[in-house]
Design a protein around this ligand. Structure first.
Ligand SMILES: [Zn+2]
Ligand SMILES: [Zn+2]
Length: 353
């Protein structure tokens, strides 16, 4: 078979054939299982080459049309060239089909002779035999043409599927090969992990800046909001970068880690502060009273009831704190949208790196 492979043109055809072989392998594997599929497909190819009277000229065409497709002699899924793919023994269904054909032939003879075969003169028998043979030949020819047509249609379908798969693979490869839109690093599907981490770090810093500005700024004075945004941004990047950030591929990830940490700490502090604000305290007191006034089991211990009321009050204070913070942030975003005040820039004041 080595001579055959030497003829295969290189580049895209090879990749396409690889998809086609994988498709054929998948189909065989579906019928007889993956462990036997490779051997079965290799045997199929060897068999087809051995059965070839003339040398193969167009290898690709031969593989697509003759070499790779399954050629069942009957209706059995296992059947390939009249052999079972799993056991490599001759196919029982094919034998049944041959039996069917023979009985069909005999039926044709009986019909033609009208049950009078033994009484017919030799001349008439020969004529009937000739006629039945011709009729049978036509039926067999039509059967064979139909099967060949089905085989070709299936081969064409498989070929089209292989083409589509290859196109998809090429598209995916092209997408993966795109350089990073920010730093130009090749093979990064348009965005390298370093730039992505850098972006995420910048997002966290922006959110951390907003937490401070939203709680501190006078939103009626947009120039003050802008000024405060810039100052806090510079400071926040300083805080993030005060940690030892390694040089090289992992640097952006470490930066992102510290930016996330700063954001989480600031959010926790802001929530703690807002939980001590007047509205939160009021809500906490209300919930505390309501909880104590709830009907309770008669044997309930006073200490447990007080602890439960305090627990509910704390939850209520935290809920109000979260709502207040959301409101403050929404107000800031709205003020910025209205007054076009500066938002923290993506890369951070003084450069993103
Ligand atoms: Zn068969
Ligand atoms: Zn990049």
């Amino acid at each position: 078979m080595a001579g055959l492979w030497r003829q295969i043109p290189l580049d895209r055809t090879v990749r396409w054939l690889a998809v086609l072989v994988r498709t054929a392998l998948g189909q065989v594997s579906h019928v007889i299982g993956p462990d036997k599929a490779e051997v079965a497909l290799a045997e199929r190819l060897s068999r087809r080459i051995a059965a070839q009277d003339t040398p193969v000229r167009n290898v690709v065409g031969w593989l697509v049309r003759r070499g790779l497709p399954q050629r069942p002699g009957c209706w059995s899924q296992q059947c390939d060239d009249g052999l079972r793919m799993d056991t490599r023994e001759s196919c029982d269904s094919c034998a049944t089909l041959r039996g069917d054909r023979q009985s069909r032939y005999r039926q044709l003879m009986r019909d033609a002779a009208g049950g009078q075969w033994a009484r017919l003169p030799q001349q008439q028998r020969s004529e009937i035999e000739h006629q039945v043979n011709e009729e049978y030949r036509q039926i067999a020819k039509a059967d064979s043409a139909r099967r060949e047509h089905q085989r070709r249609e299936k081969a064409d379908r498989d070929t089209a599927v292989a083409h589509r798969r290859l196109e998809l693979q090429e598209k995916q490869a092209a997408a993966q090969a795109r350089p990073c839109g920010m730093c130009g690093r090749p093979d990064t599907a348009g965005e390298c992990s370093a730039c992505r981490s850098q972006q995420l770090a910048a997002n966290s810093v922006r959110a951390a800046v907003d937490l401070v500005v939203a709680l501190r700024a006078d939103l009626t004075d947009m120039s003050a909001v802008e000024e405060l945004t810039r100052t806090v941004e510079t400071d926040t990047w300083k805080v993030v970068r005060q940690h030892q950030v390694p040089v090289g591929d992992g640097a952006a990830d470490v930066l992102r880690h510290f930016a996330d940490q700063v954001l989480a700490e600031r959010r926790a502090r802001a929530l703690a502060r807002l939980a001590q604000s007047a509205p939160a305290i009021e809500e906490g007191q209300l919930v505390y009273k309501l909880t104590l006034n709830r009907p309770t089991p008669r044997r309930a211990c006073r200490k447990d009831l007080l602890a439960a009321a305090e627990h509910e009050a704390e939850r209520a204070r935290q809920k109000v704190a979260r709502e207040l913070l959301d409101d403050f942030l929404a107000d800031l975003a709205e003020a910025r949208a209205r007054g076009c005040a500066a938002e923290p820039s993506a890369g951070g004041a003084g450069g993103g790196r």
